[in-house]
Design a protein around this ligand. Structure first.
Ligand code: ATP
Ligand code: MG
Length: 203
């Protein structure tokens, strides 16, 4: 019997945009995943380079964005956890939930994969899941392949590179546009656009 395969996609999703959604959908199709679960990150206790929007807003925007896809779900596991959230803890949580009945794929964009060796307990992380590295405009396939090779050499683990339809969209750019009063139409799902307007986010 072949194992059921599921995809997990972590992110700040501040806000979620079509770059995230296309990467997840193409990973789902190419890897035959029965579903993809989006996992918005919790609020970091220390500010990073900008104050992250309240987790509840980011969770709701993610839920709105995935609503039209029957294979997409959103999880509260990270936003309901106290303090900093680390991917290793999240993966451990899913591993315990599914035991060995399910094969877990973790979908990450090129930028995230490029600094994967700095992740907390990276070896443990790689024992819980198989990585799918989605290409992202601004990052070359060569850079990605080099990192994949390095990981293979150090940990003996395969990372699958997936060429996804290039969407040169980032949440940073969207936040900037909103702040400057520019349109974000067609960069995010309509429901997300309206939610941002309604709650006056990123002003
Ligand atoms: P920010 O600009 O705030 O960092 P972001 O657009 O990078 O936001 P994140 O929430 O940081 O979005 O990303 C979550 C995951 O989605 C990461 O693995 C990231 O690499 C991936 N990702 C984000 N945007 C894209 C995109 N346009 N194409 C492919 N992958 C993406
Ligand atoms: Mg990012």
């Amino acid at each position: 019997m072949t194992k059921k395969k599921i995809g997990l996609m972590g992110g700040t999703f501040d806000p979620i945009h079509y770059g995230h959604l296309v990467a997840a959908e193409e990973a789902r199709i190419n890897f035959n995943l029965s579903k993809v679960i989006f996992i918005p990150a919790g609020n970091p206790p220390h500010k990073k380079d900008y104050p992250v929007t309240d987790a509840e807003h980011r969770y709701i925007m993610t839920a709105l964005a995935v609503n039209s896809n029957p294979f997409f779900e959103v999880s509260r596991v990270e936003i309901d956890r106290e303090g900093y959230t680390y991917t290793v803890d999240t993966l451990k949580w899913f591993k315990e939930k599914y035991k060995d009945a399910v094969e877990i794929f973790f979908i990450s964009g090129a930028d995230a994969i490029l600094d994967i060796l700095t992740w907390k307990k990276v070896e443990e992380v790689m024992n819980y899941c198989t990585f799918i590295a989605a290409t992202r405009p601004g990052y070359t396939s060569e850079q990605l392949e080099r990192k994949v090779k390095e990981v293979k050499e150090i940990y003996g683990k395969e990372i699958f590179v997936l060429e996804v339809t290039g969407m040169a969209i980032s949440s940073t750019e969207i936040r900037k546009k909103v702040k400057n009063g520019q349109s974000i139409k067609y960069l995010v799902p309509e429901a997300v656009e309206y939610y941002i307007l309604k709650y006056n986010l990123y002003r």
